[in-house]
Write a protein that binds this ligand. Structure first.
Ligand code: HEM
Length: 113
């Protein structure tokens, strides 16, 4: 793995760690803190760049796996932005969904080989 890929992977994982940590700690009372949207957007951009760097190099990316992760990550990001914009919409179900979908994508990332 090149240094650039390594750095992007670190940023990617820190971003999702922020999303998961900040949602799990804010389930009760439910709210989406600013860090969740910032973390999600940063991690999303880092993930897309990771794919680009891998494709430019000699590494093959599993496009089906990436497509699944992208759909789930877009849902996470959209829910987070929605919940952050309208405080009354940040229900426990919404905050829990953001955390749950993030865990789902961690499982996809690690277990899909
Ligand atoms: C909630 C969303 C996401 C989570 C929780 C997540 C989590 C992770 C984790 C834990 C890894 C390290 C796993 C390993 O290397 O074995 C990883 C790697 C990676 N992620 Fe994500 N990810 C998400 C979304 C995305 C998206 C949207 C993209 C790209 C469009 C992406 C692209 C990648 C790439 C290219 C790697 C490098 C390893 C590989 O080829 O599988 N990820 N991700």
């Amino acid at each position: 793995m090149s240094t650039l890929s390594g750095v992007l992977l670190v940023v990617h994982m820190i971003g999702w760690a922020i999303v998961l940590g900040a949602t799990v700690t804010n389930l009760r009372p439910p709210r989406i803190v600013k860090g969740v949207t910032h973390g999600a957007l940063t991690a999303l951009v880092a993930g897309i760049l990771l794919v680009g760097v891998a494709e430019m190099g000699d590494r093959d990316v599993d496009n089906v796996k990436i497509a699944v992760k992208l759909v789930v990550a877009l849902a996470v990001t959209a829910l987070a932005i929605y919940g952050a914009r309208r405080e009354e919409k940040a229900t426990a179900a919404l905050v829990g969904s953001v955390a749950g979908l993030t865990v789902l994508n961690i499982a996809v990332a690690v277990l899909w080989r």
